[in-house]
Design a protein around this ligand. Structure first.
Ligand code: FMN
Length: 164
């Protein structure tokens, strides 16, 4: 089932068909180590830069706990290429969304994770993938909770028909 989910990621469209993704699946000790690296990051950094003030760091611990509870974490790496950053990031979004949708189809819970960015360089180094950039991660597993969907903006508030 994991390979089926990854295959749906592989089939996603991408800018110039660059397919800029590479998946590393981690379980057990390595997965938990990444969660610990994230927790240590929150303990050891006392940054007061704009990003921290906006509360970006506040979700890192809860995310690390999800990683610990999930049996498996897919790390999504991006080929380093400064000429294609925006296109490649958009493509990776399509790829990960494909995987989330397939996981849901298969009855598997997923959490799309950006909080790994705080430890991206260390994770890449640990796994011997300094040639690439850790873009995000996807935790997969059978869900123990089924929370209500979080609120969304109303359709009428985000649509504008620009008519001549
Ligand atoms: C690109 C992306 C990155 C995300 N990163 C995280 C994350 O690091 N930690 C987390 O708990 N949730 C993360 N989420 C989940 C969002 O918080 C969640 O999708 C959003 O609040 C809407 O909730 P829902 O998906 O349950 O409807 C991420 C979602 C996306 C699309």
């Amino acid at each position: 089932m994991v390979e089926e989910i990854l295959n749906c990621g592989r089939l996603a469209p991408s800018t110039k068909n660059r397919q800029p993704w590479y998946f590393v699946i981690v379980t057990k000790k390595t997965k938990d180590k990444i969660a610990d690296m994230m927790i240590n990051y929150t303990i050891n950094t006392n940054e007061t830069n704009e990003r921290e003030l906006l509360g970006h760091k506040s979700s890192v611990n809860p995310t690390a706990n999800v990683i610990k509870q999930a049996p498996l974490l897919v790390l999504i790496f991006r080929e380093k290429n400064d000429n294609w950053i925006i296109g490649d990031n958009l493509s990776i979004g399509a790829c990960v969304e494909n995987m989330c949708l397939r996981a849901t189809d298969l009855g598997i819970g997923s959490l799309w994770i950006k909080d790994t960015i705080y430890v991206a360089e260390d994770v890449a180094k640990m796994l011997g993938h300094e040639d690439m950039e850790l873009n995000c991660a996807l935790a997969l597993g059978y869900a123990s909770q089924f929370p209500k969907m979080r609120p969304r903006k109303r359709l009428e508030d985000i649509i504008e028909w620009y008519e001549d």
